[in-house]
Design a protein around this ligand. Sequence first.
Ligand code: P5A
Length: 446
Amino acid sequence: MRLSRYFLPVLKENPSEAQIVSHRLMLRAGMIKQASAGIYSWLPLGFKVLRKIENIVHEEQQRAGHIPMLMPTLQSADLWRESGRYDDYGEEMLRIKDRHGRDMLYGPTNEELITDIFRSHVGSYKDLPLTLYHIQWKFRDEIRPRFGVMRGREFFMKDGYNFDLTKEDALHAYNRHLVSYLRTYERLGLQAIPMRADGGPIGGDYTHEFLVLAETGESEVFYDSAVTDLTFGDRAIDYDSVDQCAAVLEEFTSKYARTDETHDEALFAEVPEARQRTARGIEVGQIFYFGTKYSEAMGAKVQGPDGKTVPVHMGSHGIGVSRLLGAIIEASHDDKGIIWPEGVTPFHAGIVNLKQGDEEADAACEALYASLKALGLDPLYDDRNERAGGKFATMDLLGLPWRITVGPRGLKNGVVELTSRRTGESEEMPPEAAVEKIAQIYAGIA
Ligand code: P5A
C-alpha cells in the first residue's frame, strides 16, 4: 500500500476522551472511530489487524478440530425464554421488536441458538463429540462502556460450543480449548494466564478466564508468580489425546491463579510469600463447562450406546477478538506509539523515502516495494511529500516492526537502513539484503 493512496486519518493531538494508552493509540493511528458509546467503526488499519487476529483464531480453532460456522447477530427471544435467560440476563441484553411485534434481541452470546441447531439435527451419540464455533459480533449493553474496544457494547467474539455424551468427554473438550487458547495467545505475542473464575450469566462452576497482566486491566487477580514462567511454545500436541490435553491443563492451572471472584485468602497464603502477587489483568477469553444446563432446559438429547436418551454435556468457550487489539497494544507500546508483534502487524514493513521526488530515491523505494510484494509480503510505502521527521513519527506511531529508510546519501554507498521498531537498532545494508532479511523474519509467520 502507498500511504498517499491509503485512508489513514492519523490524529496529531491526544484525544481527550481516551483514558488508557491502547484507546489513545488506536484513535491516533486512525484505526477506529467511535460511532456511538461503546460502538466503533473499524477504519482500514484497525480492520486489517482485526482480520489478522481473527485469522489466527480460526487457524488455531480448526487445528484443534473445531468446526467453523456462522450464526446471526439477531435472535428470537423465544429460545431464551426456553432456557430461562430472557428474564435473567437483565439490562445488558438489547431487546428489539420487529414489525410484527415479535420479541428479538441482539445476541450477547449464543448458547441457546446453538443448542437449538444441535437438537434439530443430532440425535445419536455416534455424531459426538462435536464442537462448533463462529466469530461474530455480539452486543452487551454495558453500563459503563469504556477504554475503546476493551469494553465495548458491540464487540467481536469467537464463541465455541462443545457437545459430548459424558462429563469426562466434555472435560476433555474443556482441556482441548485451554490448550488451543494457550497457543492462540502466544501466536498473538501475548502471555495470557488461565485463572479460576466465576460462571456469571453463562453458568457452571468450572471455568477459567485467560488474563493478560496489565495495569489498566479491569480485573483484580491473585497469583503465584511461578505461573508467569510457563510458556506453551511450539510443542506438538495431539488434540485427540485425553492425557496430553489433561497434562497441559494440569501444568498451567495447578499453581494458584484466581480472579477476585474466586480468590481464597487461605489458599493464597499457602503460596510462598516471595511469590505471592496481586495485580490487574485484561480478560481476553473464558472457557466454561456447564454440563446439562442448556441441554436439559431445551431438550437437546442423544441416544447413547445403551439405547437410553440422555441430555448432552456442554461447555462454551469465548475469545474477545476485538478486545485483543487493545490488550496487544497495552502489552506492546512505547511513548512513540504501538509496537506490533510480527504475527498481527497490519503491514510487514514500512518504507520511508527521505527525499520524495529524488529520482534515485524514488526508484529505489519502488524497487523495494515491488520486491517485497513479489515475495508475498505487504509493505507500507510512505511516498508522501513530507519532512523525514514527520514520516518517522507516523511510522513509529503505527508500530510496524520493521522500517526501511531510503535516502540519496545512503544510496550513493549502495545502502538503505533497516530499523527494528522494538529495539530501535538500525543496520545499513544493500536493498536486496534488507528484503532478504525481512523475508526471513516472516518466513513461517506471514
Ligand atoms: C463463552 C463463549 C461467554 O460469553 N459464551 C460464549 C461464553 N463468555 S464471556 O466471558 O462472557 O465472553 C467471552 C469473551 O468476550 C470478551 N468480552 C468483551 N470484549 C469487549 N467488550 C465487552 N463488553 C466484552 N464482554 C466480553 C472477553 O474477552 C471475554 O473473555
